[in-house]
Write a protein that binds this ligand. Structure first.
Ligand code: BMA
Length: 389
């Protein structure tokens, strides 16, 4: 009896491995490199890539690239390597601005994306979109979505914003060995929609309208042949019921035909100021949420990721070893996520101090970060496998 059960278990895990390795992108027209990236994200075998938002654009104490054209990064200063995943945000692109909402020139973003790709890393784009109706920034509780989706009187304005992204995206092409390659992008629009802080969020947008918005965005970009995009869904952990994870996670989920990566944004379990649970309780929930996320992704043959998160101001000196990576590498389930990206190290000169989520050279947590860099399970650009073949 026991033997049969063991055999059944082996067969079922082999079947799930097999189907997982064959997971398909939602866009059948995806470029070769995009398909390769997706397939390889599913095959990191317990290793997890480290990502950092705006890592090459600026750091806590510096800005921009060098006069000789070389690039900086707080992560590189501490470890000698760039992160494996580079995040950037195109908030402001629809307004026709030269710079994004955090003052990074879109033309510079193109340089960083190309450099990251040249080195074998991964690029991911989020979008703190200004309202196409009245150009208000993202943090407002106005009900714009109904008017933006098909049937609404401002759908044309949304299209023009998406066109601005298409124009940017079309420029992300490089020639390698005489072949034109379109740099694959993990595209993560309409994030944290289960929270109520963005205009596409819960409360001021219905679930049905959010789903219509998501579907419209994906279909529109597919129709425009944006075949380098991998679509990531990323609700916020703080608004999920850990005991009813699958259901609360899938609030606003447009369906398996519309999502490639099951992501989530998690600041909540990592010492968020409003979380009153003890550190050890938070850690248990961090682990549990990762297990639930990766189980759900695996049941759908999809890739998963911690798409955004961290601890603001990294106040704990052993944050990386005792919280972040301790959770990510807690067990074989948690470490199935493909990458974990921490948010930006805001440049202090703009007046907003203490708004950083990664390490930097002068920081007390830097030695702990360096130790995690030396852990063979973490992936940075220096030890990244070939993800595009
Ligand atoms: C938020 C904060 C803001 C920033 C925005 C887009 O979480 O970091 O300061 O403007 O992301 O990067």
């Amino acid at each position: 009896m026991k033997k049969i059960a063991t055999l059944a278990l082996i067969v079922s895990s082999l079947t799930s491995l097999y189907t997982f390795a064959n997971s398909q992108l939602i866009n059948p027209e995806s470029t070769e490199e995009t398909k390769a990236l997706y397939k390889n994200l599913a095959k990191l075998n317990g290793k997890v890539m480290f990502g950092h938002e705006d890592s090459l654009a600026y750091g806590a104490k510096w800005w921009g690239y060098n006069s000789d054209g070389s690039f900086n990064s707080d992560i590189k200063e501490v470890t000698g390597s760039l992160p494996a995943v580079f995040g950037l945000d195109i908030g402001g692109i629809g307004l026709g601005n030269e710079k994004n909402l955090d003052e990074v020139k879109f033309s510079d973003y193109k340089r960083y994306i190309k450099e990251v790709f040249r080195l074998g890393g991964v690029n991911t784009i989020s979008w703190h979109m200004y309202s196409p109706i009245d150009q208000h920034h993202s943090w407002v509780k106005n009900s714009y979505v109904k008017e933006l989706i098909p049937g609404g009187k401002h759908n044309t304005e949304l299209k023009s914003y998406l066109d601005a992204f298409v124009a940017f995206n079309e420029d992300l092409k490089v020639t390698i060995d005489g072949k034109k390659v379109w740099i694959p992008i993990i595209f993560r629009p309409w994030h944290e929609h289960n929270g109520d802080w963005f205009w596409w969020g819960k409360g001021h947008t219905t679930e049905d309208d959010y789903i219509a918005l998501w579907k419209f965005t994906v279909d529109y970009l597919k129709d425009k042949n944006q075949n380098n995009l991998i679509f990531a869904f990323s609700p916020d952990r703080s608004r999920m019921d850990i005991d009813d994870f699958d259901k609360s996670y899938q609030y606003g989920y447009a369906g398996d035909d519309y999502v490639d990566i099951l992501g989530y944004d998690n600041y909540w379990d990592l010492g968020h100021k409003a979380n009153t649970l003890s550190v050890s309780e938070q850690q248990k929930q961090f682990v549990k949420s990762l297990e639930k996320l990766t189980d759900l992704a695996e049941s759908k043959n999809k890739v998963s990721a911690l798409t955004e998160g961290g601890q603001e101001g990294v106040t704990e000196d052993r944050f990386w070893s005792e919280r972040f990576w301790a959770g990510v590498f807690a067990n074989h389930k948690t470490s199935r996520i493909s990458y974990a990206l921490v948010w930006r190290n805001n440049n202090e000169d703009n007046g907003k101090k203490g708004h950083y989520f990664a390490t930097f050279a002068q920081e007390k947590n830097a030695p702990d970060f360096l130790k995690s860099y030396q852990n063979s399970k973490t992936v940075f650009i220096k030890n990244i496998p070939n993800l595009y073949k």
